[in-house]
Design a protein around this ligand. Structure first.
Ligand code: ZN
Length: 257
């Protein structure tokens, strides 16, 4: 098995995956020793701060098609498993590199590709419903971009119509699309809010996410109880009374059917 293959020759335009951090974090300070460097990386992993609203992407992100990406990730994940000492000839393990590669590209990180963005169906607000609409408890399943383990929780999404109404399931789809990326919760919250503002042509949008980070519960501090809440309030939701009305609806017990 080849454990030490270089990866730079398989990427388009001769690009290298190594030492090419575009996210503004200085991870490779030459002055830092190995320990300092690792501490810095750990600290960034804990900070969960978003450097930018946009997911940091390489300019050549979509030069490779999905099938090629799956082949390459399979090859590299096989190497990772080999480095860990796992026997890839074992019946239970041998299919894992391909399974992981397909899961990355087609499922859990499919939201990196704008081609997978949902196209919203909008309707005229014929009922002249001018109050807020809240869809609460939307399932959120995203992935911490610092540890590549799940963040699982709920999103509550609200808007006040400026004349357009969106199909309810599209709210779920928008949450899902931006979730299917390596994320930080703050950026996910803002990306959903920005998309809703754009689609609904209004600033009057609110997004609240309450989620558990598996990188906090299953490693590190091993805190299984804490959850993290983030919120983005735009337009009329910056007004205290409107915001309190929203929070009241969210706090109400759910209907059972
Ligand atoms: Zn994390």
């Amino acid at each position: 098995m080849k454990l030490n293959g270089t990866s730079s020759n398989i990427l388009p335009n001769g690009a290298s995956l190594n030492g090419n951090h575009k996210n503004g974090y200085a991870l490779n300070g030459h002055q830092a020793g190995v320990t300092d460097h690792e501490e810095l990386v750990d600290e960034i992993g804990d900070a969960h701060g978003a450097a930018s609203i946009d997911t940091p992407m390489r300019p050549d992100a979509f030069d490779l098609d999905d099938d090629t990406k799956i082949d390459l990730i399979e090859e590299h994940f096989r190497e990772i498993m080999g480095i860990l000492g796992l026997d890839l000839t074992d019946d239970s393990l041998k299919g894992s590199p391909r399974r992981v590669a397909k899961m990355y590209v087609k499922e859990i990180f499919r939201g990196l590709n704008p081609a997978n963005k949902p196209t919203p169906t909008l309707f005229d607000n014929k009922f002249r419903y001018n109050e807020m609409l809240v869809e609460k408890d939307i399932t959120v399943q995203t992935y911490c971009e610092h540890h590549f383990v799940p963040i699982i929780g709920k999103a509550h999404v609200a808007y006040i119509s400026s004349g357009k109404v969106i199909g309810l399931s599209k709210l779920n789809r928008i949450v899902e699309y931006f979730s299917k990326r390596p994320q930080v919760q703050e950026r996910l919250t803002v990306q959903i809010a920005d998309e809703l503002k754009k689609v609904l042509e209004t600033e009057d949008v609110a997004v609240i996410i309450d989620a558990k980070h598996l990188c906090v519960s299953t490693r590190g501090v091993h805190d299984v109880n804490s959850s993290t809440i983030t919120a983005a309030y735009g337009g009329k939701f910056e007004d205290e009374a409107t915001r309190q009305e929203l929070l009241r609806y969210i706090a109400q017990s759910n209907v059972t059917i």
